[in-house]
Write a protein of this length. Sequence first.
Length: 362
Amino acid sequence: MSLLDLTTIVVLYSQMVLCYILNAISLCFIIHSRNFSPINLLIINLAISDLLYSSCIPFYVQQFNEHLVSQSQLGCRLSFILDVTSMLVNVFTVAALTLERYFCLRENKMIENDKSKCGIVCIYIIFLWAFSIGFSMPKTLSIIEVFNNDTQTHVCASLFDQTHEEIYTIAKWIIAFALPYTIIIVFSGLLLKFLKEWSARAKLLHSNAKKPKNFIPYSVPSKSGDDLDEKKSLKNNTNQNDLSKNFLSSLVKWKRTKKSKSHQTVVVKNHVRESRTTKIKRRTTRFVLAVVISFLCAWSPLWMFQIAVTFSESQNFFLKLMSNLTLIIVYLGGVINPLLYMILTNNFREFFSSFLKKFFKT
């Protein structure tokens, strides 16, 4: 075994362990908090697809020792169906995250744990898994076990010829790359536009808050006749009618002042509620955009490499190096996604800090 293969194996297994631990922590937190919102359901689906995709690492590592270890037909078929299914689920879940954020930002009101939206997301997840498994079946069923005379071991091979292999690769490229990537890039651009508008609005409000304001005390206009009666009553020190008018006038002023204060209180409460909703939406949108950037950086090199290898007939050290490097990068996404959730999610940070306080107190 070469040093390159040994280094790749160590890195891949380290990523698999980290992926299991971090995704398990994020899944346990969501289940414990019982906050099954549409975006959390998609995050759960993303974590499951990351776990399944990382489970393919032992099968890939086995290929480095194919001259020593025999490969079974069941193992090869299982690794391929896990690889393609989890890949499709992963990419379309990220696309669904961008769509969910976009339509959520267009709504004026934010309804937490909307049952109708949760139902739509659950149906989408079930359909996505069914479609992904169905797409992987033709190639999976074509995998057979053959005996290699050179290595004296059993290896896996596909019944697809070169033409069918190219057709399947192009179909996979369109379905798993071109279509979802277009959705992700378009709606991520719209999300960035929303964030830019929010940032400009926040700067404007901050600059207006620094400007000095002239507070004019509230005054109720009164008739000149009432003022004259008031002066006459003070001068003459009698007249019961003028006293009653003064009393009624004071009562009207008090009611108007009270009504104005209650209206100001309602306005302040609505402003606080709207600012809280905007803050939550902005924070969640930043998290989704971070996941999108991580996803694009992880998967784009793999797709470019697969297209290049499909139409290339030569095998050299450079292609071997690029193959190992793209595998490491794409599996790194399963580690980064839960880390982003832990770092950028305020609820998780609060839960983790309270857990640490309780743990160290005991």
